[in-house]
Write a protein that binds this ligand. Sequence first.
Ligand code: SF4
Length: 120
Amino acid sequence: MTDLRKTIVCIRCPLGCEIVAEKREDIYKIQNNKCTKGWDYAFSELTNPVRYVTSTIAIDHNSAHRLPVRTSLPVPKDKMFAVMSAIKLVEVTTPVHEGQILIKNVAGTEADIIASGCSS
Ligand code: SF4
């Protein structure tokens, strides 16, 4: 892996520390974090950034009627496009209950797409 240097705004609490994270010759250096949660966040952002994906899915063949959905786990940022593509291919029929799994192991990420609302 090549050397990296990033300024990362920590989102683990409202303080929003601006953390400087670097990797040089397999040595990680993380500065300006006020606590260990910030260190963990910056390390993850530098090595394997992940995000929850939220979107909507069409219901009952009606493109104007959409069900809010999200991933059950954060997924790698480089898989977000594949996750969104998989979501676009799916349509559900009512009733759907909150927390219902709509796509298992979406795009091979081990996360499921689950309903974050309900529709009857
Ligand atoms: S480093 Fe710690 S104190 Fe700073 S924003 Fe992150 S969680 Fe909050």
